[in-house]
Every structure is written in C-alpha cells, then in structure tokens.
Design a protein around this ligand. Sequence first.
Ligand code: NAD
Ligand code: MLT
Length: 313
Amino acid sequence: MTTKILVTDDISSAGIDVLSTLPDATVDVQTGLSPSELLVAIADADALVVRSQTTVTEQVIAAAKRLKVIGRAGVGVDNIDLEAATRRGILVINAPDGNTIAAAEHTFAMMISLARHIPAANRDLLAGNWNRKKWVGVELRGKTLAILGMGRIGTEVAKRAKVFGMTVLGYDPFLTEDRAQSLGVQKSDLDSAIRAADFITVHTPLTKETHHMIDAGKIAMMKEGVRIINCARGGIIDERALADALRLGKVAGAAIDVFESEPLALDHPLRQCENVILTPHLGASTVEAQENVAIQVAEEIVQVLRDDTFEHA
Ligand code: NAD
Ligand code: MLT
C-alpha cells in the first residue's frame, strides 16, 4: 500500500520536494479544507503536515485510521490536540528554530513602527497630507523593554534591543541569572517587569498558564503610555482589555500579529482603535523561514515514515 502524506496548509515547495523523495508515497496537498472535508481527507493518511490554519481536533485524530505522524511547519503546536494524538501513539513534531529570526525581526519591525507611527504616517501621507508635527515619535534608546518569555525568539529580540540601547528586563521561569547576565538582560518577575517597562513584548507559548497573562489587572499596573507587542500567540493578551486600554490612552500603542481567533473578525474591537498596528500572523512569513520550517519538518516526517516502513518490513 502506498504511503499518503496529507498537507493541509500552505508550506514552501522545498518541503514538498523533500516529502516527494519518500519511495511509494503520494503527497496530497489540499489546503482550505472545511472541518468535514478534513475528516474525509485524513482517513487514509499516514502523515499530516500543517501550519497554524488547520485545527487538528480529537475528532480529526479519531477519523485518521493510519496516521503515524503530524508535522507542524513552525513552532506553536496549540492548534493540535496533543493529548488525543498521544493517546493514539501519533507522533507530533515541529520545526522549533526555523522561523526564530523571522519572528524576532517582525517583532522589532512592529516595535519601531509603533515608536515612529510609520503605518499611520504612511496612510496619512497617501491620503494627501503632509503632517510632520502630528507624527512625532519616541526613541528606543534609553527605554525599558520587558520581554515575557526568554526562549529562542525572546532571546533574539533581547540581543537586538541591546544594540538599540534599551534596558531589557526578562521574565521567564527558565531564565537563569548566568544566562541573563551573558545577554545583558535583567532577570525579573512578571509584575516588576511590566511596571517598569515602556515597551512590553510577549514570547511565550499559549498554555493554560499564559492564557490572558496580560489582562485588565496587569494593564492597570503598567506605566501610562506603555506600548505592547504580541507576535507570539493570540490569547496571551486579553484583546478586549487591550482595546479598552488603547481607547482610554493608558496604552499608547499596540502592535499585534496573532489573535485569539484568526482570521480577525471584521467587528473586532482592535480594528476600531486608532493606535494599533495589526498584521495577519506574518511573524514567520519570510522566504527563508518558510523554506527552513518546511524542509525541517519534511525531513523529520520522511525519517519517521522510513523507520516505520523498516519496522514493518
Ligand atoms: P521557545 O519555546 O523557544 O520559548 C518560549 C519561552 O517561553 C520558553 O523559554 C519558556 O520557558 C517561556 N515560558 C513558558 N511559559 C511561560 C510563562 N508562564 N511565563 C513566562 N515565560 C514562559 O519558543 P519560541 O520559538 O521563542 O516561540 C515563542 C512564541 O512565538 C510561541 O508562542 C510561538 O508559537 C510563537 N511564534 C509565532 C510566530 C508568528 O508567526 N507570529 C512565529 C514563530 C513563533
Ligand atoms: C509558529 O508558531 O511557528 C507561527 O505561528 C508561524 C506560522 O506557522 O505561521
């Protein structure tokens, strides 16, 4: 019987090329499937490859009769029911570092855009105006940046912030004093970090502990005029509380790439706020990162399926 590898989100063709090297395998690319279409497509698949659009629920896993491995071309696996997969003995693999630089650079682009009003000034100019006074910004140099989550991406953001002359506070239960020192980062607890910061950026996974880690109560502790960035996962920040704080001016600006529900609803309150920069989950969207994660995950899948064929030979 041939091996079927089902790919349900757009991944770089470099990854498809790697998957196609597996002998006797068909690579079936079906993107934009409805939940019921996914249940049909998954039934005879040996491997599934996704990014963040496909939600791999318990029901999807139950419908998969031959599934051995799920590959996530990216970092976050919060769109996959890991418990259900584990119960069925299905391996879940990701590509943990292929898009680190892309996400860190997007975070920095967001931070600078916020500080200098670049998207708003651009819109204003294109509308025919020349408002040099309206768009006076702030410098990053001398400002305090709180990084919540000092893993791969948080660390790369910290390195860049140091070059810009920022004071960096790092909050992460796994950040050691030695590591913080070597990065020039001050290890901090959550409340101290957010109280002191001019800019706050989140880089944790979305878990039960990090869900709404930034809520109305935490926003109340922050400085007037703080600026907040989320290029990690929707749900780490309470979006409604953020929208309220933006409207009241407590938060001077927010740059958000990821949302509790994607795509972002047309009537979402963040869309009504003037001082926001919103991008449609673009953190990992560079040519380089997409090639990296697609190749990384495809190579692992080929390895798993090869080993499986070998075991059953
Ligand atoms: P990572 O695993 O390297 O780092 C995450 C860090 O968060 C770890 O150091 C961990 O100790 C820390 N952490 C976990 N729980 C915490 C908590 N309760 N409080 C404080 N720190 C906590 O992951 P990464 O590669 O740096 O990715 C970070 C996030 O960025 C993930 O949510 C990932 O899905 C997301 N991401 C988004 C994009 C995008 O397109 N916007 C791209 C890549 C990654
Ligand atoms: C990730 O977690 O890697 C990101 O969400 C990137 C993506 O898949 O777009």
